[in-house]
Design a protein around this ligand. Structure first.
Ligand code: MG
Length: 381
């Protein structure tokens, strides 16, 4: 079914903390605005017109980069002016279905869109998703309850709201100048239209306060991924060795282009493996002189930042060092603490183990040290 959408993203609301308007903040690794625009485009909205504050064109382009089928239109001083500007920009025929959505509701289940379109096709002048009011509602003054409100006919209104373009434009033309409706359904109701209530969805919650972002994150579907890494470095002359970010006095050192911390290299590869994003050599080519003698915690932090940029988190790491010497056990706790610190993980999510190969093979003969690692991460689905 053909439809177009206005997404209102012109707000400057900073109640959700950190001062940046919430439509530009990130949720699960993506700008808030991008979540609903992706869903609407995938559901067939043609086009999606995003109403932005004047001057926010570059932010919209950055937030929606790579998506086809949207355009940005500057809004007005009030939500009413913004919606009017958006409707003018859409230039829809009177019978076309228009959805009006608030960018601060990023998690839009596609079946809500289906229910809205079905209600309009069924003859309603408008349709909006609603949720029942679960809590008992009180009236009160000066900290004292004065009445208990019958909530059997009360509903919590969500967006998107759906209308025939001609019906909505006529209703807006009859709306009293100077008054501010809190949503578009109110405009059509005021004009005598029949607005259908369809089942909403708890995930369609509005982001208003800082804690709302945490709740929305909890709604995101996540996938668990596991990556493995392996690394070997050769022993050579020296007086200390770096292992898992800790310098250990030893009568030899590991030879390599960087500080040769095989533990951190294996762990960095494990994280990159979980991301499906190549290996340490792709990100830090040994041919590049800037990595000569580099502390390997930079490599690990780079991989951890890539996880964060995808909206994910590292949940557990496990490193095994394979060597006869030095004895790892006296340093194991320091290594765990160092890794926990680097990755901002609790200590019980960081494991460092050591083993020998019973004097067999290159590690047993003391020619080199091997490390293997496993990393478990969670990414938005
Ligand atoms: Mg290495």
């Amino acid at each position: 079914m053909a439809f177009s959408t206005l997404v209102v993203a012109a707000g400057s609301g900073a109640r959700a903390g950190d001062g940046d308007p919430k439509q530009w903040r990130r949720l699960g690794g993506k700008p808030v605005l991008r979540w609903s625009v992706e869903t609407l485009l995938a559901a067939g909205s043609a086009p999606v017109v995003v109403i932005i504050a004047p001057g926010a064109e570059a932010r919209a382009a950055a937030a929606l980069g790579g998506l086809q089928g949207w355009r940005a239109v500057p809004g007005g001083a009030t939500r009413a002016e913004s919606v009017r500007a958006g409707l003018a920009a859409l230039d829809a025929s009177p019978d076309d279905i228009v959805l009006i959505h608030d960018a601060a509701r990023p998690l839009l289940p596609p079946d809500v869109i289906d229910r809205l379109l079905a209600a309009i096709e069924g003859g309603a002048d408008g349709a909006l998703p609603v949720l029942p009011v679960a809590d008992t509602i009180k009236r009160g003054t000066d900290g004292v309850s004065t009445a208990t409100v019958d909530r059997s006919d009360l509903w919590r209104a969500q967006t998107p709201q759906a209308f025939r373009a001609g019906r909505l434009a006529a209703a807006w033309a009859n709306w009293p100048a100077g008054q501010t409706p809190t949503d578009d359904a109110a405009v059509v109701e005021h004009d005598g239209g029949r607005v259908a209530l369809i089942p909403g969805d708890a995930r369609l919650m509005k982001l208003t306060y800082p804690e709302d972002f945490q709740m929305a994150e909890a709604f995101l579907q996540r996938q668990t991924r596991v990556g493995s890494g392996f690394d070997v470095h050769r022993w050579g002359p020296g007086s200390s060795v770096w292992l898992c970010g800790v310098e250990i006095p030893h009568d030899q050192t590991l030879i390599g282009h960087s500080d040769a911390d095989a533990g951190l290299h294996a762990l960095t590869d494990a994280i990159l493996g979980a991301l499906g994003d190549g290996d340490i050599g792709d990100h830090f080519p040994p041919s590049d002189p800037q990595w000569k003698g580099a502390a390997s915690d930079r490599f690990l932090m780079h991989a951890a930042d890539l996880v964060k940029a995808r909206g994910g988190e590292i949940v557990h790491v496990d490193v095994t060092l394979i060597c006869e010497q030095p004895k790892v056990k006296p340093h194991r706790q320091a290594m765990r603490e160092r890794l926990a610190d680097l990755l901002s993980l609790p200590l019980d999510a960081v494991s460092v183990k050591a083993t020998t190969t019973e004097t067999l093979g290159f590690t047993g003969r003391g020619e080199g040290l091997a490390a293997q690692a496993v990393a478990t991460i969670e990414l938005p689905r």
